[in-house]
Ligand binder design. Sequence first.
Ligand code: NAD
Length: 291
Amino acid sequence: MSDVVLDPARHRIALVGAGIGGSLSPALHEREARALGLDYRYSLLDLDDLPPGWTLRDAVRRGVTGFNVTHPVKQAVLTQLDDLSADARALGAVNTVSVRDGRLTGHNTDHSGFLAGVRHGLPDVRLGRVVVVGAGGAGSAVAYTLAGAGAGAGVAIADADADRTAALVARLRGAFPTGEIHGLAAEQVPAALADADGIVNATPVGMTGHPGLPFDARVLRDRHWVADVVYRPLDTALLVAARAAGCRVLDGGAMLVAQAAQTLALLTGVTPDLDRMRRHLTALTRREGKQ
Ligand code: NAD
């Protein structure tokens, strides 16, 4: 098949991943793009439906002008890319791929989206000492951005899997050699949480299908800020408990919306309205809750 000629004003974005049928991204992106007056379509490319050996370039040949990339290929697609942003390289994972003059460049707006969400939703919070619970994809992005933002007295990582904790600590120390970055053994977690200024849940605990709390919430005090990356539901058991303890809280919708907004901006050059996207997400999740 010959390469199609791409019109820069025509955006055809695809999300590549597994089990993405219920993704909120198409609705979030398309509604905002419409409000911005863009010719923008956002479709799903589920790995289960793609032939073996399929690559991003196959989709580019069919007219795709940019990608979101999600589980389980945020790292696997790296070998298909021509360039990486410095942050994506340091993180070793991408969630966005832009296509310019046939070159595929990987970016990571998960990490910058989390920080933008914090700045927007908890504008005057002191980052200070932060414990990130969970060292998977989301935890890596969150911890990376906090370490890069110079979370005052450091970032501590607590994953139930000690090897994952150690791997993330090593990666972060490589990226931020002067940063205060620690891994926590299980028995160190309660004291670290009690001493922290901020706590981020980056585990799936609290999402639909994974009910419960990622740690004993009795440790929470009103001086803590607490962020969750889980966004289904927006109001997790952790945030309910944190609010009851008087904490300042930020739900996973903040990160979701900010990363989507940054991806949209990267792929189109147009700046979305974060508040409008947030209102849309709230309506979408409310609708889901009623189903
Ligand atoms: P993942 O499977 O890559 O990582 C989860 C990690 O949590 C694992 O390393 C696991 O060992 C650890 N873990 C589980 N329970 C734990 C506990 N009680 N204490 C300590 N560690 C524990 O998953 P992921 O891709 O990082 O996703 C995690 C959550 O983040 C999911 O709910 C996902 O939907 C959400 N997410 C949100 C956004 C957003 O934009 N808001 C972006 C990405 C992921």
